[in-house]
Design a protein around this ligand. Structure first.
Ligand code: GCB
Length: 616
């Protein structure tokens, strides 16, 4: 197996910003030495006063000695030296924002804010000899610039993936000033672009901390069952900061022990026979093993599950056996508290509800969710579809847009490639067919397969009709490349109403396992009416009753993932007294109460769970 680290270089990618070669170290959490979460001073800067001079030149690039002191970039974090010193900003006297947390739900004034906010944290830290110290930023939506003690140390684009920057030589023992400028302005050329059906939560939405590694340390590793030959466990590890050395691999519970030498690039490959006693990870028994890698100077351990995922004909095989995916889509939002989800508790709430729904699968839409989701899914036994925000109408012809999407994909795969729960990397959602789009998506699909040869790669496609409105056709040319045929359909909500659902027939161009990645209707929790009244709970429940048999007409159906677990905020949903800024397709309302449709789907899934899925 080849080194992913060298593949990343071969693909011409850095793991974080375009201009800074930031490095993501896998699984940094256990190495944390100083947590920087909590209150940060924050300056809301709608006109970018702290970033540009009055000629709109970035102050961190053009600063001249004769720039008036009052116009010095905020990243310098200055305080007045005397009573007649002139500064027009102050972190010391600014209010605070909590990290991690989106800014929108912390202050009513920021609810709809799209612009820049400067965050500042002061800290003391003594660097030990013979260590590297990295700053880890879990997510900053959407762009960020990072300054330590007045010096720019990183830039990053992409609001949902982590990045790390080495600070070993830049840190002081006392009063370090860490300033991060976060901008959530939507950009036409961005990933996502300006139009999305979700809330544009801004800020440092995930944890920020310092972590330490020895001089020579594991920067990346991957442990998995060989997909084609599960009698073998494959290990790939990269040691940074060492020319060569010996690496050992252990699974103590299984008495597995193996060693290998690294090559000149610090890469080691190990293959061991799978012990007969290994219990494979699956939703019914999500067995995780403590797995350790040791290089003498560095040791990393983490809990990893072993399973294979494959497609054979029109079946999806988990550990070699056909599986039906009883799924649900999820946005990274805690509707009850309000705002972006970020914690283990949030993950337990959301995935706990998915469990109550009798799911064995969840689609984490439409962007990478926080790392706790896959960790908790590993524990609970929920298979995952993970996605990057290539959503609707991206700037397909723009090379920077592609580079940005590639970077987000690499960061996601690097973070989660040891999570047994993750079975699908999705490169897009509902994108319009064109040559440029096909090329763009194909580049991403090849990249995902190259970085990770153990999982399925797909995207959520669309359905179309021709003369007969009841004949639904799926023939997206990109379907040639995806491992499964996955698409969204909303008959009964966006086209026709519940009465047309039973008339639907299907025409699919590809003989691949079908996974419906979205279907659903809105229903306001607590609003009761007859089954024909839009936005009533009864309409939504009836939609599910009609849709389930209609989808079962697809004889290659191997999974369903309706839209969506809970109501979620969307600036596009404006109907007064019903939507009020919420997409109401949740099976659970914004108050955490289950709607009637929840129970309809839960009982269908229970039947399949208990009796298996019979093709109709
Ligand atoms: C879709 C989109 C999803 C929307 C959903 C809806 O097809 O993929 O992001 O939120 O429909 O509710 O319309």
């Amino acid at each position: 197996m080849s080194s992913k680290y060298s593949l990343i270089t071969a693909l011409g990618l850095t793991l974080a910003s375009v201009s800074f070669a930031n490095q993501a170290t896998i699984n940094p959490e256990p190495r944390e030495v100083l947590n920087l979460d909590g209150k940060w001073n924050a300056i809301v800067d709608p006109y970018d006063t702290g970033y540009y001079n009055y000629r709109m030149q970035p102050l961190d690039e053009v600063e001249q000695p004769d720039v008036p002191r009052s116009q010095i970039g905020f990243y310098k974090d200055k305080s007045p030296k005397s009573k007649n010193d002139f500064l027009e900003y102050s972190f010391d006297h600014s209010s605070t924002l909590t990290v991690p947390k989106d800014w929108n739900t912390q202050d009513q004034k920021l609810f709809l804010y799209e612009g820049a906010i400067w965050y500042r944290k002061l800290f003391n830290f003594s660097v030990k000899t013979d260590t590297h110290v990295f700053l880890h930023i879990g997510a900053a939506n959407y762009q960020s610039q990072v300054y330590l003690n007045g010096l720019k140390i990183a830039e990053h684009t992409g609001g949902f993936t982590p990045y790390d920057v080495e600070v070993t030589d830049k840190i002081k023992a006392d009063r370090n000033s860490l300033v991060i400028r976060v901008i959530n302005r939507r950009l036409k050329e961005g990933v996502p672009t300006i139009n999305t059906d979700w809330w544009n939560y801004g800020g440092l939405t995930r944890s920020v901390y310092l972590y330490e590694t020895p001089k020579s340390y594991f920067s990346n590793y991957n442990v998995q069952l060989n997909r084609e030959d599960p009698t073998k466990i494959e290990v790939s590890a990269d040691l940074a900061g060492a020319n060569s050395g010996s690496v050992s691999f252990d699974i103590p519970e299984l008495k597995v022990h193996a060693t290998a030498q690294t090559d000149a690039n610090g890469h080691a490959s190990i293959e061991v026979s799978t012990p007969d006693s290994l219990v494979k990870w699956c939703p019914e028994n999500p067995k995780l093993y403590e797995v350790c890698l040791n290089s003498g100077s560095d040791k990393v351990c983490e809990k990893i599950g072993f399973r294979t995922i494959q497609v054979k004909g029109t079946d999806i095989l988990l550990n070699g056996k056909p599986i039906f995916l009883r799924g649900i889509c999820i946005h990274e939002e805690n509707p009850v508290r309000g705002g972006r989800a970020y914690s283990t508790e949030d993950s337990r709430l959301l995935l706990g509800w998915a469990k109550e729904l009798n799911c064995n699968f969840a689609r984490l839409a439409h962007y990478p969710h926080n790392e706790h989701m896959a960790q908790v899914a590993d524990e609970l036994g929920i298979l995952l579809w993970e996605e990057i925000p290539v959503y609707w109408t991206i700037a397909w012809e723009n090379a920077e847009t592609l580079k940005n999407a590639q970077n987000q994909l690499t960061e996601l795969i690097t973070r989660d490639h040891n999570r047994a729960s993750v079975i699908v990397w999705s490169v897009a959602n509902e994108t319009p067919v064109s040559e440029a789009r096909n090329t763009f998506l194909h580049t991403l699909l090849v990249q995902a397969h190259t970085l990770d040869n153990s999982r399925l790669v797909s995207c959520a496609m669309e359905v179309r009709t021709k003369e007969d409105p009841n004949l639904k056709i799926v023939d997206d040319p990109f379907g040639v490349y995806t491992d499964i045929l996955s698409f969204n359909e909303y008959v009964g909500w966006y086209s026709g109403n519940n009465s047309v659902i039973s008339k639907i027939k299907w025409q699919l161009k590809y003989a691949k396992p079908v996974v419906i990645t979205e279907t659903g209707a809105e229903g306001l929790q607590g609003y009761h009416a007859d089954v024909e009244t839009r936005f009533g709970e009864e309409y939504q429940a009836e939609f599910y009753r009609q849709t389930i048999p209609m989808l079962r007409k697809i004889d290659t159906l191997r999974g369903i993932c309706p839209w969506i677990l809970t109501d979620f905020r969307s600036p596009k949903r404006l109907l007064p007294n019903v939507q009020d800024g919420w997409n109401r397709k949740g099976l659970i309302g914004e108050n955490g109460n289950k709607k009637e449709a929840f129970h309809v789907l839960a009982s269908f899934y229970q039947q399949i769970r208990d009796n298996g899925y019979e093709t109709k």
